[in-house]
Design a protein around this ligand. Sequence first.
Ligand code: SF4
Length: 354
Amino acid sequence: MIVQNPPTLPLTTAELDHIYELPFSRRAHPSYQKPVPALEPVQFSVVSHRGCFGGCSFCALTHHQGRIIQSRSIESIVREVTRMVAMPEFKGIVQDVGGPTANMYAMECGRWEKAGACPDKSCTPACKTLKTNHRRLTELLEKVSEVPGVKKVFVSSGIRYDLVLADDPGSNYLLQLCDRHVSGHLKVAPEHASPKVTAAMNKPDGAVFDRFHDIFEALQQGKRKRQYLVPYFMSGHPGCTIGDMVELAEYIRDRQLYTEQVQDFTPTPMSVSTCMYYTGMNPFTLEPVYVPKGREKKIQRALMQYREPGNRNLVLEGLRMAGRSDLIGSGKKCLVAGDGHGDWVPFRSFVRRK
Ligand code: SF4
């Protein structure tokens, strides 16, 4: 027997304000004798909203908090930060103003209040009733920055770049974010470059990320201290083959997005991707989905970190499996050096070695 409880009803702004303004101590329980490392990055963070309408297949957050964005009032957040400033441990840095997706604050759809979220559609910027304006968010960040005693306000929660692209140009959200609310690195989660895999993940197409990346780079022009995008990519997701991972590795190489941060898909309770992982089917279309498992999952992960010396053998194995021995060698486009097992050596690199 399976018992499934219906999700909780969304809270109103007044209810959220009440809950988040309860007199939490922001300290570890007194029974802890030593400092709690997990508390440090969140001790002076503020929750601005709950809910996420992104609907990424591998994420269960929508099932916990719902797709309807429930936002606190700016006044309530400012009051919470004012109380934080009075704490002796506070050094002037608000570590995060965010939620499941930082830039969904105050976004709304005209349907949510009366009829709830559409059961048969995803909320994307293409939906005309979704208001993707960032003006209230920029106002919130300004008001929090003006609280006496606050030196810096960071946004450490991830942002949805497709929403940034859909923003009204007058809001200047990205400019404000880069200038004042991120340190050297802005975290974003394109997750993959292969359109087949992004479709299985229910993420925006790679071309959307490319547009955002280009805009971000343009904002860096003329800056004394440039910032960098930290993209999160994922290996081993249902629907992802070795060939798709080679495509991603080449994309990372060409766009100079190599990162130490990698995620390997882990089936977690309640997500659509987990359903695909165990059934080998897309639950919406009932079409079969390829599911990498076992050693192949290790190879997929290694392909994302093809520069790691410890991954060399797995990367070689993966490239050969994908029929991409042309990426083995010392050529400009090669991902890994050869191991003398008869792979094709690009002519140019052969000449250079001589
Ligand atoms: S109308 Fe669009 S934004 Fe609103 S709930 Fe439906 S899909 Fe989501």
